[in-house]
Design a protein around this ligand. Structure first.
Ligand code: H79
Length: 584
């Protein structure tokens, strides 16, 4: 009998957090070529420094990772709370980091080390309960004739836009990719997924063929979205892309701890533990898996700063992983300023980035808790009857709360249980039921995200909702955005516009003239992007806030907001993350 309940994605949805490992012979030069630092990604050094294959391939003779210890690597991942491990079996440079009988350019046949590290890693993963998975660059292969990016063909032009000859590309898939996929899927036991990358030359038929080929060898092995043509078993967001809002379906974001994937000896730009926890929590609240990368050295060591960061995440996970594993995304379609929300059956997890401060007029005075109940948090829009509230760090002790309609007021200790991200759990009886309309939050702010706007497009408008959750390509004054929200407390508000950038690591064009109409009130002005949003999400794709002016809203009720563009600066148009009304 076939098992109709069997879902090959079940483990992946439960896991939420995985370790990415970029390891190859590029770890020998480690970002330097002939004494010169080579900018950008470490694993791209062959391409970026225009190294001919006859100079690059001999790096294999210097690759001798005597300190490699699979048990140590996997135990760090396990301690971090990661549930799967994806390692570069072959990156764009074409060098196989596993024993490949079909192609001698591999770790066993071409290095003095001569040992198949993937065997050790697969065994260590099995011991620690992690899924062993492989990254495999199916499209670019700078060492294989016919593949995209082949070093001889892109010496002058650079890889971008390189389209190999279709017949020779097809021959490359048959002669190198398929034999190596067969090796990866037959030599190491069960494989969780194959992480394909950079589909540019591959046709839809070829993507489908590779997917079916993987499934024919291991039916439960997943295929990443970058197999091409949206044919993956799950979707892959951009490198380091943190969406501004919820994403429908199964998605994953691969991300770095510093600014490279493969080891670079001069990249010390490590993220903080706080930033990493916020990214983990943010992605989880949007239903996106977090695949976090380390780049080991040519000696076989994960850099110590990476280990320290992973172990710090692990200490947080030891207490709080229930709010991560197997959770459903935030049931509300908007983000909160104080943190994020995840859900699981009859539980809601409130993950605070900012612990509620001391408040006057405490709701619960009669406590024998040391220090009393110093803070309060108000949550609006939960229709379930809350049975119990508690800190995930202290589940034995209930937190006092009052529920009045769909307003829950929870009293909290003055000191956050975790200095970085603290979790409050709300237990209730029946299926989760929340108000998904947009309404003013308890702190008085109203956030109108781009992804919740109705797009009223003019003729030939390029305005669209991008995969990162922002409205982009808004280049015409005939288009506008519209929202409706519930105002609870009238007053005067500062109108802020948060813009994304169409440019990588560069600010957007400033100087758009926008007009916002809210009910009877209207305000217009030029948006100068002088305030860069400081958030871990905006590290790679910057966001800027501009102030349009102030509006006064006199009466509570449902308000319609329209955002129009009177003048648009620059070629790329407006990229809009959100409009915010902040009590003045
Ligand atoms: O494996 C990691 C990257 O090497 C790979 N995907 C992640 C998971 C990747 N392949 N292509 N890209 C990312 C796009 C990269 C483009 C760039 Fe460049 C490489 C920007 C800088 C270096 C090419 C070379 C464009 C400019 C220089």
């Amino acid at each position: 009998m076939p098992d109709h309940n069997h879902d090959p994605l079940a483990w992946w949805r439960e896991a939420r957090f995985g370790l990415f490992i970029h390891w190859g012979i590029y770890s020998v030069p480690a970002g330097f070529w002939k004494g010169q630092p080579i900018p950008s990604l470490g694993e791209w050094i062959m391409h970026n420094a225009k190294i001919p294959l006859e100079e690059y391939a001999p790096l294999a003779q210097q690759f001798n990772p005597a300190k490699f210890n699979a048990e140590e690597w996997v135990s760090v991942a396990a301690k971090a709370g990661m549930k799967y491990l994806v390692i570069t079996a072959k990156h764009h440079d074409g060098f196989a980091m596993f024993h490949s009988p079909s192609n001698p350019y591999n770790i066993v046949d071409a290095t003095p080390y001569g040992h198949d590290v993937m065997k050790d890693l697969a065994e260590a993963c099995a011991r620690h309960g992690l899924r062993m998975c492989f990254y495999y660059s199916q499209d670019q292969d700078w060492a294989a004739e016919g593949a995209s990016g082949h070093w001889e063909e892109v010496q002058d032009k650079g890889w971008h836009g390189h389209k190999p000859d279709p017949e020779r590309f097809a021959a490359y898939l048959e002669s190198k990719v398929k034999p190596q996929l067969r090796e990866l899927l037959t030599q190491y036991g069960p494989i969780g997924l194959i992480w394909f990358d950079t589909p540019v030359a591959i046709t839809k038929e070829q993507s489908q063929m590779l997917k079916e080929y993987v499934h024919s060898l291991q039916p439960d092995c997943l295929v990443s979205g970058r197999v091409g043509h949206e044919l993956g078993d799950y979707g892959s967001l951009g490198d380091n892309m943190i969406p501004a809002g919820p994403v429908v379906g199964d998605w994953e974001t691969p991300a770095t701890l510093n600014d490279t994937w493969g080891f670079k000896s001069d990249d010390h730009n490590w993220k903080s533990v706080q930033d990493l926890l916020i990214l983990l929590v943010d992605l989880t609240s949007k239903g996106v898996n977090y695949l976090l990368n380390v780049g080991p050295t040519s000696e076989g060591l994960i850099p110590q700063p990476s280990i320290d960061l992973l172990l710090a995440i692990g200490r947080w996970m030891d207490v709080n992983s229930e709010a991560i594993y197997g959770t459903q995304p935030n049931p509300w379609p908007f983000e909160f300023r104080w943190g994020r929300v995840t859900a699981k059956q009859n539980k809601l997890f409130l993950l605070f980035y900012e612990w509620p401060a001391m408040v006057l007029g405490r709701v619960h005075e009669d406590s024998n808790r040391p220090g009393g109940w110093a803070g309060q948090h108000e949550l609006l829009g939960l229709r379930n009857r809350v049975k119990r509230a508690y800190l995930l760090a202290d589940p034995e002790n209930a937190l006092p709360f009052i529920q009045d309609g769909d307003r829950v007021t929870i009293s909290l200790p003055g000191v956050a249980p975790d200095p970085l991200v603290s979790v409050v759990v709300l237990d209730f009886e029946d299926a989760l039921d929340v108000d998904t309309s947009i309404y003013q939050q308890a702190d008085g702010t109203v956030t109108l995200p781009g992804y919740l706007a109705e797009m009223l497009k003019g003729p030939d408008s390029g305005m669209a909702l991008s995969r990162n959750g922002m409205v982009s390509g808004w280049k015409d004054t005939a288009s506008k955005l519209q929202w409706q929200f519930k105002l609870l407390t009238p007053g005067t508000f500062t109108v802020k516009v948060v813009l994304g950038s169409p440019y990588h690591r560069r600010p957007p064009d400033g100087g758009h003239v926008l007009r916002l109409t809210a009910g009877e009130a209207t305000v217009s002005g030029a948006v100068t992007c002088d305030e860069q949003v400081q958030s871990p999400r905006a590290q790679y794709f910057p966001e800027y806030a501009g102030t349009l002016g102030q509006i006064t809203l006199d009466a509570p009720g449902t308000i319609t907001v329209a955002l129009e563009a009177e003048q648009i600066a620059g070629e790329a148009g407006i990229t809009l993350a959100a409009v915010q009304l902040v009590p003045a």
